[in-house]
Design a protein around this ligand. Structure first.
Ligand code: UDP
Length: 240
């Protein structure tokens, strides 16, 4: 079976996913492994929009915990996502995959600004787009960016890559050996049960726009391809 189930996807990578076991910064081995996995789905003809977080470098919350102004700390977080996006662009282009980085905060010497119709055109031409700087607004997360951009570019699904966790559990599987994995959930379940998959703003946006989400483990090589081919791994979250 090599016909992909999806034609256009948003792949959300947390900043942590790029740090690997280092816990901070960008681990080049991990970066190349992720790029290789992305190439596998590009080779299947899938249109890929990447949204990358910044938690491996800076999160707004780390600033506020040190007494910083929230908006300033959040802008720093958005800049961290730009560094990650450039690293991903470099790794992907080394593998011969054409890419474009688009930023929600204008920085013309570094990348294009995010323009929806242009983003769609890049996808149609087979380029991987990397959407950097979140939504360009403080008080949001890159999970909300994934939801927002998925709605805008009419992606069929958001693939949420997790590090060493293969789905959504009722409690933390790393500390509770009895933790139960969910096969499917609704966004209302996430909101009602306070399951820490994505923040509530992002969950609501996905729910209201009926965008399905698949949470899966990216640490196992080949998993992005498996998900895209429709293999049931991880947890699927739906609008109803
Ligand atoms: N951020 C923001 N607005 C956005 C997206 C991100 O202010 O639209 C900031 C926020 O401070 C966040 C940081 O950027 O903590 C990094 O993003 P995120 O925490 O989503 O990264 P991840 O947890 O996925 O690595």
């Amino acid at each position: 079976m090599t016909t992909p189930k999806y034609n256009r996807v948003v792949l959300k990578l947390s900043g942590e996913a790029l740090a690997g076991n280092d816990g901070y910064g960008i681990n080049s081995e991990v970066l190349n492994s992720i790029a290789k996995q992305i190439k596998e789905i590009v080779d299947l003809g899938v249109q890929v929009a990447l949204v990358v977080g910044g938690g491996n470098i800076w999160r707004g919350i780390s600033g506020t915990q040190r007494g910083m102004d929230r908006a300033t700390a959040d802008y720093m977080g958005m800049l961290a996502t730009v560094m990650n996006s450039l690293a991903l662009q470099d790794a992907l282009e080394n593998m011969g995959i054409p890419t474009r980085v688009q930023t929600s905060i204008e920085m013309r010497q570094v990348a294009e600004p995010y323009i929806r119709r242009r983003a769609i055109r890049h996808l149609e031409k087979g380029r991987v787009i990397i959407l950097a700087a979140g939504n360009g607004t403080p008080f949001f997360s890159t999970d909300t960016t994934s939801a927002l951009r998925a709605a805008e570019i009419e992606a069929e699904v958001i693939l949420m890559a997790k590090n060493n966790v293969d789905g959504v559990y009722d409690s933390d599987p790393r500390t509770n050996p009895e933790a139960k994995k969910y096969e499917t959930l609704t966004y209302l379940d996430l909101l009602n049960q306070g399951l820490a998959v994505m923040d509530s703003t992002a969950s609501s946006l996905c729910m209201d726009n009926n965008i399905p989400l698949i949470v899966f483990n990216i640490s196992e090589e080949g998993n992005i391809r498996r998900v895209v081919l429709g293999e049931h791994i991880g947890t699927t979250v739906r609008g109803n």
